[in-house]
Design a protein around this ligand. Structure first.
Ligand SMILES: [Fe+2]
Ligand SMILES: [Fe+2]
Length: 275
């Protein structure tokens, strides 16, 4: 049986700044009709959970309202950005912010086995951090790979590993930085994931590099204007459907939900300040 994942991302939810809640609710209605086997939020679940716990609470309540099985991965806006990222308004991940995230969303890295596949969810903001949890995560990744058996591997994390190739050297807030990227790939011990899926850029894109299918999940909420962010793929809101076959084949596609507007963050200066 095909395992169907609906990957939502960058929902940026808040009660007191509810700019993106309507889009979430409408996409949620589409998900309830589609009845995927799993809804996976690949991070930036909340508008500003890194500094405002109420946003974590509100975002969790909205997801509970879906009444579907959901797995979560944290984004920079949920528990702070990577310590090695260039400065961002939300500050860097620390033990307190991470603990607060865990109390609302559960484990920030995890595995889930489905027929023919192992899903491995990773906390991208821990990569390259000095928190003890970074080492624990790495140990668990190594264990997950050691017991992979004949399953295909699908890796999920908030940030894209890179733009086009694993040997890029740019230090950015947009991709996993070069050193933690190399360490993460080393911890895979030569296993080549069939699929690497992320969020963070608020664009849908598919690329292939060294046999790996990289899929960027778009946001349910908003896009970032070209003047602020290059156009890598498709700047439209929606979600991504991943179809995983027990024999190891898979496909991924952007799902646009009729009636859900592609909002532009430039129109919401009260969210994160003027663009
Ligand atoms: Fe985001
Ligand atoms: Fe992000």
């Amino acid at each position: 049986m095909t395992f169907r994942i609906a990957q939502i991302s960058d929902t940026h939810l808040s009660d007191y700044k509810p700019f993106f809640v309507d889009n979430f609710v409408r996409i949620g209605e589409a998900l309830r009709k589609a009845r995927p086997d799993l809804v996976l939020n690949s991070g930036d679940i909340s508008l500003d959970g890194a500094s405002n716990e109420a946003d974590l609470l509100a975002a969790r309540a909205l997801h509970d309202g879906l009444d579907l099985p959901v797995r979560y991965l944290p984004g920079n806006h949920d528990l702070g950005d990577s310590q090695d990222a260039p400065a961002h308004g939300e500050g860097a991940i620390d033990a307190m912010r991470r603990a607060r995230y865990l109390s609302h969303f559960g484990a920030d890295w995890w595995t889930l086995d489905v027929p023919g596949w192992r899903l491995l969810g990773v906390n991208a903001q821990l990569l390259g951090s000095d928190l003890d949890a970074a080492e624990h995560q790495e140990d668990d990744i190594v264990k997950a790979i050691a017991s992979l058996g004949r399953r295909r591997l699908a890796l999920f994390l908030h940030k894209p590993l890179f733009d086009r190739t694993a040997d890029e050297i740019a230090i950015t807030g947009r991709f996993v930085n070069p050193v933690p990227r190399r360490l993460l790939l080393m911890s895979l011990g030569g296993v080549v994931p069939a699929l690497v899926a992320c969020g963070h850029v608020h664009q849908f894109r598919e690329t292939w590099s060294d046999g790996v299918h990289h899929v960027w999940g778009t946001s349910t909420a908003f896009i970032i204007p070209d003047a602020r962010q290059p156009r890598y793929g498709i700047k439209e809101v929606g979600y991504v459907e991943h179809l995983l076959e027990p024999d190891g084949r898979h496909e991924s596609r952007l799902v646009r939900v009729p009636g859900v507007p592609t909002l532009d963050i430039a129109g919401f200066p009260a969210a994160y300040g003027p663009i």
